[in-house]
Design a protein around this ligand. Sequence first.
Ligand code: AHR
Length: 660
Amino acid sequence: MPRNPAYETETKMKRACLLAAALTLGVTVPRAAAPTITVDASTPAGKVSPLLYGLMTEEINHSYDGGLYAELIRNRAFLDDAASPAHWAAVGGDGAAAAIALDTNQPLNAVIATSLRVDVTQASSGHSAGVANDGYWGIPVKPNTRYRASFFAKAAAGITGPITAAIESEDGKTSYASGRVSGLTQAWRQYDVTLSTASVTPTAKARFVLTVDRPGTIWLSLVSLFPPTYKNQANGFRPDLLQMLIDMRPTFLRFPGGNYLEGDRIADRFEWKKTLGPLSERPGHMAPWGYRSTDGLGLHEFLLWAEDMNAEPVLAVYAGYSLKGAFVKPGPDLEPYIHDALDEIEYVTGPVSSQWGSLRAKAGHPAPFKLTYVEVGNEDFFDRSGSYDQRFAQFNTAIKARYPHLQVISTVGFEHPESQRVRSVMPDVVDEHYYRTVEAFLIAARGQYDKYDRKGPKIFVGEWGAYETPFEPWNPRSRAEAPTPNMRAAIGDAAWMTEMERNSDLIIMHCYAPLLVNVNPGARQWRPNLIGYDALRVYGSPSYHAIKLFATHVGDELLKTHAADTDVLVSATRDSRSRTLYVKLVNSGNAAAPVQLDVSGTALRPTATALTLAADPQATNSLDAPARVVPVSSLVTDVTPGFRYAVPANAIVVLTLETR
Ligand code: AHR
């Protein structure tokens, strides 16, 4: 047959295009001699730790106040700044005027010892004056939504109100929702009012105001505004943020820190007993990340949060070391802190007949929470006094004596010199923290944990995250960088997860940090962070999607894998009941990587599903583009024991392989 060069060129081009498309999409490729990845499904190599994928949290980046904790009023108890009523402003104009000041002579109680005095000097019907709060970077206004406003108020003689509560535009010209309370007296009383919006356009450019329409003096305390919360729980969580976390299917929640547990000074530690009970009994405290915490999200709420996610609490107890170097000497001085920790464990797990268990029941949760792991402190390798070994031992002995079933975690892992680690007893578990470059994770993913002693403590990687550039808080350029990581960082994260998953006989739990970030200017103290939000919106970073992909495709059996002559990283697991295999592949290269997948010891079905997170390394998500980098599902056909598969460039792939 005569040759037709034009036809041949076209055919070649078509073939090349088809191959390129196949490589990009990550489908089976009929080509020879691809590097081999073996997955041995004949016998499991071990068990996947049932708590492998979890979450770590602390108050940083306005994670709770201005984040997950749904309160909308900033500085609600007037305790944020002793010098002035931060985030509050007098409102009036058009024949109305008011002046505001902090007042320590009219305290609500001994805990909330400052109130706001509002002197309305001029006001009349239709011309009201009072006070406005600007919220956490705005007040989110949503259509057809009911908000619950509440506040304590009292009045000087001669004025009984009414007080109008309203959500309105920043300039006060548009009212989105309002309601009234009346009958003020000269004694403190709490008032409630429901504010309902109509079908308004969502905006966060709004404020919350309390006004009166006649001259006189009133005092305010604990002013609160809640939108609808997750499952309408009182004092609850922002539903959109919590749903993002639930979708990750975490198995545990490590709280309350992190640095937040320790505080800068001992007096600033997370004093859990002061975070319980009615909000009017919670003083809040100065947190180490530069702002005060309301403690509206206190110990009880942490536990409910874990429960809402069907996750187990991993409770970190204060261990006598604070960030600026103060420490409590082991021995008698440490005993009160140990009692405090034992009380805390009793609050979490004790029967209703116990002192602290009964308080938990009174707060609405008679059933004890499940608790397996207690962590003693946080990053105690920073304690240069060398006291941690003894402090840990003292806590460990006391905890084990009362709660022998609990597993106790030391905060100094094998990434630190032996001299800093706990030596006098063997901790059940050690917590290792890794904030690394992508390149460092790519190296660590090739066997860091192979070298670990399997007879030593188990490992909890209680904080980890890949960064593209080091975060320098003092450097304005660094502070201006995106608050959440890009695709390249997600590749580093996924590479590290393959290492942790492959070693999940040893790595019993791990969690990325920090988890949450309010992306408004001035709201954050760290980068990168997993999930970004403002008052109205939320998005997951590429790393969020990578973790979610891993955590939601895990099974319970570990399968042995081997990758030869390829940079593609792999981890494989199986669900022992359904016999479904999950093969995770990470290609950090800029070209597609064809591999031959030799799955032995099982009969595969001919089609499989690939979930692929692939993008330009610099690509990322944001509030305005939340879905630029998200997983894409595709069908893989012609699956056989030695099938060829092209892992796309810069990609994280989870193959779900069904068996017969
Ligand atoms: O995740 C941010 C901080 O990093 C944590 O508070 C601390 O434990 C670590 O140093």
